[in-house]
Design a protein around this ligand. Structure first.
Ligand code: NAD
Length: 489
């Protein structure tokens, strides 16, 4: 069955290109999919534009749009196993993690479904006196280009598709070329839920051939992108000539600050989870451990002992605790960051190589790696390696902890571990990051905004602000008793 979805029809790529998708855990062929190009992007944009300008979706009452999103949530739950399996085969991540993601994805559709169904976000403005009706209404932005990465393929897509549809937009989705399958399944669910043709369009393909044309085209009103910093900068520049709205969710180099009074066992456990879950391929990964000098030795010894025991494996290995990296190129990039860190004086405490287990030789695995005695000037500390690499720095006192934590161009997330609630609150207040956890790491809820300060992005996803990204405010002023003003007399 063809995999591009344009104007409510499944179709192959105009130029007949295809791509092999292989599982990163063992290199097995998952499928051969259609690979679109600029002509397919243009056709999808024409369909999305037509559906926005003349189709029923933007004018569908918000309550009805909300009900459709709730039906999508129910379909995602019905087909959870198929979605989770597809996600795991594309990404190599453990099936159980893909299943968690599916729960979060259904919750995201449900949250925005209820938000839309609640309606009523417009307001009456009574600033101009009794003869004036003044209202502010929130309308869809228009045609959205949604461009998503490979690490949480459907989750990142859901954070865009659900609010975009809740607000009445139409869209063209371009998922990562490495992980296309759950986007295809989502188009089927949207169709089954009753979304009108042209409101949702899907073009598979590379960033250069499909993503870039979408970011440049005048028919696109908003680009919402999740991915790397370098691509985000390119998209911002590409969107400038036509002054598109942009929403960017970029990378992070997130500090995990552990004070000497932290609950030791929990702090070690979460420090491991923070950085090694999904082999570090998480934008909010706690990749920089900042540990109180007093606690350093005991904490890092215990952490390293536990990191050595982490079992690697493919999606269906029930004993595995984390999986492979996405590709050979990505693994080489991670290895290069580790090598640079060692050159610059970091001390390797564990990992630093692919595993030697012959059962893992066909996958892109890399051992959980801890680099001790790191300093802020090392590239492995300030750049996002996006792999299972933890750098350790020491601090003495609250001020130094905060200064080290904020010494980054990024500002996505961070955590502080202490049993002193005053200190926890002070440090949380001083961290320049869009999300701060106290005595925790990684949780989020669709009701709360997610996004980055500094170069981690522009705008917010999730929460009420996540819906607002996809809306335009319009002020409508009605003079109920117009009389001549004689301005020019
Ligand atoms: P990437 O930037 O390489 O690619 C992301 C998407 O952009 C892909 O679909 C790709 O094909 C497309 N793309 C590439 N070049 C493009 C161009 N010139 N124009 C338009 N589209 C283009 O990122 P990735 O490697 O897929 O994902 C990893 C990155 O994503 C990491 O940096 C990670 O931190 C970030 N990320 C951020 C969040 C967040 O919420 N802030 C969430 C997940 C991932």
């Amino acid at each position: 069955m063809p995999e591009l979805f344009i104007g409510g029809r499944w179709t192959t790529a105009v130029d007949g290109q295809v791509r092999e998708i292989r599982c990163p855990a063992d290199g097995t062929l998952v499928a051969v999919v259609d690979e679109g190009g600029p002509k397919d992007a243009a056709a999808a944009l024409a369909a999305a534009r037509e559906a926005f300008d003349r189709g029923p979706w933007p004018a569908t009452p918000p309550a009805e749009r909300g009900r459709l999103l709730l039906r999508v949530a129910a379909l995602l739950e019905r087909d959870k196993d198929a979605f989770a399996r597809a996600e795991s085969l594309d990404t190599g991540k453990r099936l159980v993690e893909s299943a968690y993601d599916m729960d979060d994805i259904a919750n995201c559709f449900r949250y925005f479904g209820h938000l839309a169904a609640g309606g009523g976000s417009g307001r009456v403005v009574d600033a101009a006196g009794p003869k004036i009706d003044s209202r502010v209404v929130y309308e869809p932005v228009g045609v959205c280009a949604l461009i998503t990465p490979w690490n949480y393929p459907l989750l990142q897509t859901a954070w865009k598709v659900a609010p975009a549809l809740a607000a009445g937009n139409t869209f063209v989705l371009k998922p990562s070329e490495l992980t296309p399958h759950t986007a295809v399944l989502l188009m089927r669910a949207l169709t089954e839920a009753g979304l009108p043709p042209g409101a949702a369009n899907l073009v598979l393909g590379t960033g250069a051939a499909v993503g870039a044309p979408l970011t440049e085209d005048v028919r696109v009103d908003l680009v919402s992108f999740t991915g790397g910093l370098a691509t985000g900068r390119r998209i911002m520049a590409a969107a400038a000539p036509t002054v598109k709205k942009i929403a960017l969710e970029l990378g992070g180099k997130n500090p995990n600050i552990v004070f000497a009074d932290a609950a030791f066992d929990a702090a070690v456990d979460y420090a491991l989870m923070a950085v090694f879950v999904h082999s570090g391929q998480v934008c909010s990964a706690g990749a920089r451990l900042l540990v109180d000098n007093e606690l350093h030795d005991a904490f890092v010894d215990e952490l390293v002992a536990r990191a050595r025991r982490i079992r690697l494996g493919g999606p269906f290995d029930e004993e595995a605790r984390t999986g492979p990296l996405i590709s050979a190129e990505h693994r080489a990039k991670v290895a290069a960051y580790v090598a640079a860190g060692l050159d610059e004086g970091a001390v390797l405490r564990c990992g630093g190589a692919p595993p030697d287990d012959p059962a893992l030789k066909d996958g892109f695995f890399y051992l959980p790696t801890v680099l001790d005695d790191c300093t802020p000037n090392m590239s492995v500390v300030h750049d996002e390696s996006f792999g299972p690499v933890l750098t350790v720095e020491r601090f003495r006192g609250e001020n130094e902890a905060v200064a080290l934590a904020n010494d980054t161009i990024y500002g996505l997330a961070g955590a502080v571990w202490t049993q002193d609630s005053g200190r926890a609150r002070r440090v949380a207040g001083r961290l320049r990051a869009g999300t701060v956890w106290i005595n925790d790491f990684h949780p989020y809820v669709p009701q709360a905004e997610w996004g980055g300060m500094k170069q981690s992005g522009v705008g917010r996803e999730l929460g009420p602000a996540g819906l607002a990204e996809y809306q335009e405010a319009k002020h409508i002023w009605r003079n109920t008793e117009p009389v001549p003003q004689r301005w020019f007399e």
